[in-house]
Design a protein around this ligand. Structure first.
Ligand code: FPP
Length: 237
């Protein structure tokens, strides 16, 4: 069996290269991140135009806390500003905003802004935008295993009932299909702790473009490449 569906239901993006873009243009790293907001809008426009149902963006990894404090602070401010400013447009476009990752480490203010944006966009039916914030796959898996172990201890779950579906339903992504296509910009070719479980059969695409330069055309090119791929899911044709 082979599957050739031309439009991915779920596209995931590692938005990489903001820092290099800033250096290239003689700007601060935080300015590189600010320049990364317009490409998010472009990716959303293109995703909607193609009928993609889910778009997951790796916005902040658990490892990113180790960056210089001014950069972390600038990113937090940018997330708050962006979700507040963009919420009316998300509502207008029928986009539901969701998050994956451990939000408990964010400040009260950041958590409030994120929750308000999620609540305001809850009716969105056209596309689900999933922001990965304080996310890493290993951290997500650790949290899921803890939850399952707790259920096993309390007698709610027998160890031999644990199967792929049970694990998948304990992950942050329980309500979403696995990504069909994963794009990482800036030419780097690795997953960096992003959706490791979910990307088992995901098609990968590594364009050279730095994230602040990413346009709707780049999204179109990724989908053209995806349409050429022959997904076999480990089976023979
Ligand atoms: C990676 O580039 C990018 C990030 C860690 C931040 C991503 C954030 C945005 C694109 C801002 C807009 C997002 C939303 C959701 C409003 P890097 O800093 O690692 O780049 P480098 O590898 O060139 O240093």
């Amino acid at each position: 069996m082979s599957e050739r569906t031309h439009i991915p239901r779920h596209v995931a993006i590692i938005m990489d290269g903001n820092g290099r873009w800033a250096t290239l243009h003689g700007k601060k790293r935080s300015e590189g991140h600010a320049a990364g907001v317009e490409p998010v809008r472009a990716a959303l426009r293109a995703a909607i135009r193609h009928g993609v149902e889910y778009l997951t963006l790796y916005a902040f990894s658990t490892e990113n806390w180790g960056r210089p404090q001014p950069e972390v602070d600038a990113l937090m401010e940018l997330f708050c500003q962006s979700v507040v400013n963009e919420t009316p447009e998300l509502v207008r476009q029928g986009i539901a905003l969701r998050m994956i990752g451990d939000r408990s480490r964010f400040s009260e203010k950041v958590q409030q802004h994120l929750a308000q944006a999620e609540n305001a966009t809850v009716e969105g039916k056209r596309l689900t935008l999933i922001l990965a914030l304080n996310y890493s796959s290993r951290d997500e898996i650790v949290r899921a295993v803890r939850e399952l172990a707790t259920r096993a201890i309390t007698g709610d779950l027998a160890p031999n009932e644990i199967c792929e579906q049970v694990i998948a339903s304990a992950l942050d992504t329980a309500n979403y299909p696995d990504p069909d296509l994963l794009i990482r910009t800036s030419g780097e070719q690795r997953l960096s702790n992003f959706l490791l479980w979910q990307a088992s059969y995901t098609e990968l695409w590594f364009p050279e473009v730095l994230w602040p330069d990413f346009t709707e055309k780049d999204f179109d090119s990724a989908l053209e490449e995806y349409a050429r791929r022959d997904r076999r899911f480990g089976l023979v044709k």
